[in-house]
Design a binder for this molecule. Structure first.
Ligand code: FAD
Ligand code: SF4
Length: 474
């Protein structure tokens, strides 16, 4: 227990702030073994209770200690199909590592880094094996959306012998993992290899297929004869602040900015000449992971100054500590307890600045965090040419609005039971479109749970339960 937690090597801040290569470089075999030695193999491992999908953490760590990283990856995959992704982006500090007994007196075992190591070794040593599939059941399932939720569900159902087709609106599969989370946090080839794995298992992928417009839910059931449908469309409708100037040239939603940078490959300039504003002075509004990704992307796209404008204090930022720390190291300037009130325009309709109001912390609000209260008369202006609004996203009604009997809550998210069943027989839903913006592992877990439920339903079709609002998740 006296051995300190092993650091993971990283690109130095000055260099990485100007490139899109991955920031942390991963453990080598020796360091991974030494870190694995720190785990005391608790009889009643609290780390497992902290993991939303109950990965058998001590068991996979033991396999790394014994020098069999590919076996460790297989152990993780018993409950989490995306270890290389989750090892990189899960908020371990509030999940498994937050519960690790070593954290009580010192630093927890670096579970996320070991998870990443195991998955990278399995892929690097070409030890990823396509599992044996159950005999064909003759049942067909349509999955709408290829984010972590849809991908995990598709894998589990294919394994059980069902014919699965994923319909994805964009030209690349992966959901937020490819269009939102930047290359420097989650290299695209990792998501591509997860998708390739599913295709090798026989999962079909229909890209550029927006369900709800050209193809309807009715078509899926009646024309294409699917036996079940899973909706995993995420929550990708950009949210704005409704302040003056948000329609000026040079203002982006985080969603659009990151999609241009990631999916449309602005990060790979000059190989790709993607239209994106390469601002000199960029302000990003918001304090979550999405805002951090925008800030760090703007820096890498060549900005001289990048400002984080957040209405609460640093301790209240919802972004992961690691992301905030990385952003600070890379030269992002934090304007805390500040709220934008107006975006200022130049004579040609482009952004020239932002008017900001100072805030102070008042009494706690419903979230338990101290409420930011405006300080009257404290407005001032900063000079910026690009503003990115990164305050979250809402449910997109494009698909849900076309299914008349599908119950939604007051924010437009689908009401679903624990196992994903919705108010329409034969339709399940999970991930962000049910919970609102959450995490990769929660979305993946919802996909796994719904896969089990779909399999049971298709095997011995029982009654479809009612989905009243009070029993459904909000
Ligand atoms: P999504 O990943 O949103 O995927 C939904 C897919 O459905 C998309 O590909 C979309 O194009 C497709 N779709 C939508 N409508 C249709 C339609 N009508 N027809 C066909 N396809 C459709 N979580 C973490 O755990 N760690 C992080 O570090 C982290 N960082 C994040 C950074 C950003 C910028 C964002 C936006 C989110 C981040 N999250 C993070 C949250 C996490 O990515 C989401 O909770 C998760 O991706 C939700 O998964 P999902 O499968 O429900 O949906
Ligand atoms: Fe190992 Fe920590 Fe889990 Fe105990 S709680 S088994 S020390 S990772």
């Amino acid at each position: 227990m006296k051995i300190p937690r092993h650091k993971m090597p990283e690109q130095p801040p000055a260099a990485r702030a100007r490139n899109f290569n991955e920031v942390p470089l991963g453990y080598d075999a020796e360091t991974a073994k030494m870190e694995a030695e720190r785990c005391i193999q608790c009889k009643n491992p609290q780390c497992v209770t902290g993991c939303p999908v109950n990965v058998q953490i001590p068991e996979f760590i033991k396999l790394i200690r014994e020098g069999d990283a590919p076996a460790a990856a297989k152990k993780i995959k018993e409950t989490n199909a995306l270890p290389a992704v989750c090892g990189r982006v899960c908020p371990q500090e509030v999940q498994c590592e937050g519960k690790c007994v070593l954290g009580k007196k010192g630093e927890p075992v670096a579970i996320g880094r070991l998870e990443r190591y195991a998955a990278d070794c399995e892929r690097g040593e070409c030890k990823v094996e396509i599992p044996k599939l159950a005999p064909s059941t003759g049942k067909k399932i349509a999955v709408i959306g290829s984010g972590p939720s849809g991908l995990c569900l598709a894998g589990d159902l294919a394994l059980l012998g069902h014919e699965v087709t994923i319909y994805e609106a964009l030209h690349k599969a992966g959901g937020v993992l490819v269009y939102g989370i930047p290359e420097f946090r989650l290299p695209k080839f990792i998501v591509e290899s997860e998708v390739r794995y599913l295709i090798d298992m026989g999962v079909k992928l229909e890209l550029n297929a927006v369900i709800g417009t050209a193809i309807t839910i009715d078509d899926l059931f009646n024309k294409y004869k699917y036996d079940a449908i899973y909706i995993g469309v995420g929550a990708g409708l950009p949210k704005f602040m409704n302040m003056e100037g948000e329609n000026l040239c040079g203002v982006y939603s985080a969603n659009e900015y990151l999609t241009r940078a990631n999916l449309m490959k602005a990060y790979d300039h000059p190989n790709y000449d993607t239209p994106i504003m390469r601002g000199r002075k960029v302000a990003v509004v918001g304090g979550g992971n999405v805002a951090m990704d925008c800030l760090r992307t703007a820096m890498r796209l060549g900005a001289e100054r990048v400002y984080s404008v957040y209405r609460r204090a640093m301790e209240q930022m919802p972004a992961r500590n690691e992301e905030i720390h990385h952003a600070e190291e890379e030269g992002i300037e934090f304007h805390l307890l500040r709220n934008p009130v107006k975006i200022l325009r130049d004579d040609n309709g482009w952004v020239r600045g932002m008017e900001i109001l100072k805030m102070e912390l008042g009494e706690p609000d419903d979230s338990g965090r101290r409420r930011p209260v405006p300080i009257p008369g404290s407005e001032y202006e900063i000079e910026v040419d690009t503003v990115i609004i990164g305050i979250g996203a809402d449910a997109n009604p494009l698909l849900t609005g076309t299914i008349p009997d599908l119950k939604l809550n007051k924010w437009g998210y689908i009401e679903a039971l624990e196992d994903g069943k919705t108010s329409v027989e034969g339709i399940w839903a999970g991930g962000d479109i049910v919970t609102g913006a959450a995490t990769v592992i929660q979305a993946a877990g919802a996909g796994k749970t719904a896969a089990k439920s779909i399999h049971e339903y298709l095997t011995n079709k029982g009654d479809w339960p009612k989905v009243p609002a009070e029993e459904a998740s909000e």
